[in-house]
Write a protein that binds this ligand. Structure first.
Ligand code: SAH
Length: 249
């Protein structure tokens, strides 16, 4: 069964940006279907108008009800997301949950936003891509689709390869290296070349904890580390053992 994203937008061509790499392959394989719907085509106005002035005054224009209602309601009812700076900020956890939903509608706003009655009547969830304002919901929608799609079974070439990625377990990923072994006189850490899988795994875990501690202690606070992980960490970063103890569950 295919996962379908119906995107309601004034700028369908922007979504050509998703036609690359892993998402393009997943589309060709029929695992995902990224379908754009041009809201303007649903406008009953003779000039195909889609926006109007806000009641009560204020800056800018708002997307009006009629074209958006008619566009969304001409598709089967499914979980409908409005990309909005007022929504919950997208997380890896929410993306994982959304990857289990077969059909998702995504509404992209423009101008100063959309008439509230659209949100009240048709939207199940508002999602933000961060605490800043963009000029339209298209780029946030692409962020959402990219992030959710790679969690859908069959999309990533190596299933489960997202499991040790940054944010999957509130732990940042360890440093990664590829060939050659020495570049500009800089060596790859020798342990990665040792072939000793258990040591490599422990080294990577210790480094992940270290990086999360330095860059995102807030994540480590949520995750906590076990006594066993503390022991492993202390082998590689003995000088930081005392600093990390407060994260032990
Ligand atoms: N006046 C609105 C912002 C409108 S920005 C407000 O202050 O809340 C125009 C459109 O861009 C929005 O309708 C929304 O769809 C999209 N957008 C802007 N920033 C966004 C963000 N951080 N996350 C998701 N969508 C965003």
């Amino acid at each position: 069964m295919m996962n379908t994203f119906n995107i309601f937008t004034l700028f369908p061509d922007m979504f050509k940006a998703l036609d690359y790499g892993i998402l393009a392959i997943a589309t060709t394989k029929g695992i995902i279907n990224i379908n754009t719907v041009n809201i303007r085509e649903y406008s009953t106005d003779k000039h195909k108008k889609v926006d109007d002035y806000p009641y009560g005054g204020g800056f800018g224009m708002l997307m009006m009800c009629q074209p958006v209602f008619d566009a969304i309601q001409s598709y089967p009812k499914s979980h409908t997301i409005y990309m909005s700076p007022k929504g919950n900020v997208l997380t890896q956890t929410r993306a994982m949950e959304l990857s289990k939903i077969k059909d998702i509608n995504i509404l992209c706003g423009h101008y100063e936003g959309i008439d509230q009655r659209i949100i009240d009547s048709l939207v199940d969830e508002e999602i933000s891509c961060g605490d800043y304002i963009l000029s339209g919901g298209e780029i946030p929608a692409m962020v959402l689709i990219d992030c959710v799609s790679r969690l859908i079974d069959g999309v990533l070439p190596q299933p489960q390869s997202y499991l040790d990625e940054s944010h999957t377990d509130n732990l940042l990923e360890c440093h990664q290296y590829t060939r050659p072994e020495i570049y500009n006189q800089i060596n790859v850490p020798s342990i990665l070349l040792s072939g000793h899988h258990k040591n490599i795994e422990e080294f990577r875990l210790a480094q992940s904890i270290y990086l999360t501690f330095i860059k995102r202690p807030d994540m480590l606070m949520k995750r906590k580390i076990s006594k066993k992980e503390l022991k492993i960490f202390a082998i590689y970063y003995p000088e930081l053992k005392d600093d990390i103890i407060k994260f032990v569950e």
